[in-house]
Design a protein around this ligand. Structure first.
Ligand code: GSH
Length: 253
């Protein structure tokens, strides 16, 4: 396991992880019947969690080749001059209701955080998103469960996601062996991983992202961006697929 981990880290250092976009373009031109969909997300964002869970549910139904693209939301906000919506008091009031309604409707166990400013704005998510990026570079099969466990911490149980022990606890819950998790945590502070997260964030910005979740798919080689977990019906329609509600297995297909 560790040998595998080191091998993928070495290949990352050699730069073999860089041309990820050209791989997606190649998949499209190869005429694969699977539709490629990039999901740009940050675990600091509860709406990203909604989008993440619903597209995971639709992966088989829509025959999607789903690519998790961890990014840094604060970087997107800074680069675009956007503000987290909840920093506007009236919006924050509304969002506190909206998030709980959507959580129930989408069946994702989101709860409000007790200290929005301290948790989301001040602490943020940089160490967590660097860790997910390092997992993506070394053991990508864990990106989905680790992202989910980090969301469970911050947006369901109101727990920390930036301390090393918090990240390791999430990794353990996701089934990543502790020894691997420690190595990946160390690797997450390397310039390569910092750059990789920055590159993915820049890529989202190039597609036109200003917030999260952002979904990108390609039509005739042209990227199409969709913002929001409330635009999944539209996303399905653009992919030529049918929307069966946020919990498709529970509905009549
Ligand atoms: N209506 C969208 C809202 C998504 C949203 O508010 N995302 C936040 C992060 S949690 C964001 O990046 N907002 C940027 C903006 O609203 O301009 C949804 O339902 O998903």
């Amino acid at each position: 396991m560790m040998a595998l981990l080191l091998k993928s880290y070495q290949s990352l250092l050699r730069g073999s992880a860089v041309p990820r976009r050209s791989m997606a373009a190649a998949r499209e031109t190869a005429g694969s019947s699977k539709k490629s969909l990039d999901l740009f997300y940050d675990v600091v964002s509860p709406y990203s969690w909604f989008g993440f869970e619903v597209v995971c549910r639709y992966r088989q139904i829509w025959n999607i080749d789903l690519h998790f693209r961890p990014v840094f939301l604060a970087g997107i906000m800074k680069a675009t001059g956007n503000q987290p919506p909840a920093t506007l008091p009236k919006k924050a009031e509304y969002l506190n209701m909206d998030i709980l309604r959507v959580a129930k409707y989408y069946q994702v166990p989101v709860q409000l955080v007790s200290d929005f400013f301290g948790t989301v704005i001040q602490k943020g998510s940089l160490p967590a998103m660097r860790f997910i990026t390092a997992v993506d570079a070394s053991q990508p099969q864990y990106v989905e469960p680790i992202s989910r466990e980090l969301w469970m911490r911050i947006w369901s149980r109101d727990e920390d996601i930036v301390k090393p022990e918090s990240i390791l606890a999430a990794a353990e819950k996701a089934g990543l062996p502790l020894e691997d998790a420690r190595k990946i945590l160390e690797m997450s502070n390397s310039p390569e991983i910092k750059n990789r997260l920055k590159e993915t964030t820049d890529q989202a910005l190039k597609y036109g992202a200003f917030g999260l979740p952002s979904f990108v798919f390609h039509v005739n080689g042209k990227p199409q961006l969709i913002f929001g977990s409330d635009r999944l019906e539209l996303l399905g329609s653009l992919l030529g697929e049918k929307w069966h509600g946020p919990v498709p297995t529970a509905s009549k297909l």
